[in-house]
Design a protein around this ligand. Sequence first.
Ligand code: FAD
Length: 424
Amino acid sequence: METIVIVGGGAGGLELATRLGDTLGSAKRARVVLVDRSHGHFWKPLLHTVASGKCDPQVVELAFPAQALEHDFEFVQGEVLCLDRAHQTITLAPRHGKGSDGACRTIAYDKLVLALGSVTNFYNVPGAAGHALTLDSVADAEAFRRRFNEACIKAGEQGTQVDVAIIGGGATGVELAAELSTSARALAAYKVHALDPDRDIRISVIERGQYLLPQLHPQQSQRAARHLRSLGIEVLTGTTVAEVTQDAVIDATGAVHRADLTLWAAGVEAPQLCATFGLQVNHLKQIVVDASLCSANDSQIYAFGDCASYTCPVKGAAPPRAQVAHQQAMFLAELLTRRNGTPRPHFRYHDYGSLVSLGPQSAVGVLTGAVTGKSVRVGGAVAGLLYRLMYQKHMLSLHGTLRVATQALADWLRARILPPVKLH
Ligand SMILES: Cc1cc2nc3c(=O)[nH]c(=O)nc-3n(C[C@H](O)[C@H](O)[C@H](O)COP(=O)(O)OP(=O)(O)OC[C@H]3O[C@@H](n4cnc5c(N)ncnc54)[C@H](O)[C@@H]3O)c2cc1C
């Protein structure tokens, strides 16, 4: 029986493992193995809600072993360290904790799918990697939340202010700024800190381009900027960051922006590991793949999602977004169930638009019709509802309708009985 190993159980990898388990795994047509360094899956687009304390990751996280049992695939927890293409094996770091013999583990594959995601790209800006926080993982988001709460409590005791600098006015930066401003008010209402959020908590979004959210129409970007300013957030566009220090961000004009916390959300690249496989990669270390998402120089290896560089003949380079990872997962689920030797289909990326959350009730974005290709700009509460449906769509592809409906009801009830933000 053929062994298909998928490395990375993120937005794309877990959807693929689930589909392949349901088709090949359950029919015993292939052994499907998912490898991830974490024990659970968390949908990355929600990380800003963890950083702001609105979402408890322990409640939302999906345990890989449970999904594996329900969908006929195997799960192996471990950090992939290297790949031996000649022997078709991957090597995993030793297990931690009791019972570990400290030895590396190897897993053999017939087909390997790499879905390793991305990491923050600091673009070699001095001090950025050392002083700025990031939102690459649940641990990063939790670390930001703790640092923000501690800074607010300390400033409240000392009668000072808290300055938060968010570098990057893309979706991550804008979503975090809006959510953080709401959470700061909730924390004040619960008296977790003694600050006046409007006067003592200063959040700024620093963006190099002329507009926030460059993927949207300038009118939408201006709408987002107006919304952030209405929440008291400072929006600095056309501002290039030249250096990050422990307590400040210095821009290219030499102006110093005081910052107790700096978050870097100005771009991503593939993990360094991708550049060590001997596969062709681009300047962002993304693995170059062909029209079937197969590595340009190894026909047994596929790569997709943020860690892959796929160029659509019509739309150009596919962006590092959950929408792309989802479509590519569905494509590979179909391709990998075909009998060996049948011609490989070509992936086509459809851009259905983009939605950016502006806090609990609002969003802004554009929706693009699948058939007509026409775009409609959306905003406000309707866009906010559509934004929340994006996550439900991801959950649907993992769990099916009944489970998602039950989960949505449970979430609704939880929101009615618990504080709107984590208080400690
Ligand atoms: C804060 C934030 C907000 C976002 N908002 C949006 C949005 O609104 N809309 C949108 O379309 N996209 C959004 N994105 C982008 C989206 O999250 C990514 O494009 C998507 O998650 C990519 O999916 P993936 O499967 O390629 O990788 P990921 O979802 O990142 O998964 C990668 C997986 O690989 C595992 N892994 C990595 N290295 C190793 C290793 N060495 N060994 C074992 N396992 C490993 C990780 O643990 C992880 O589970 C956002 C991203 C962030 C960070």
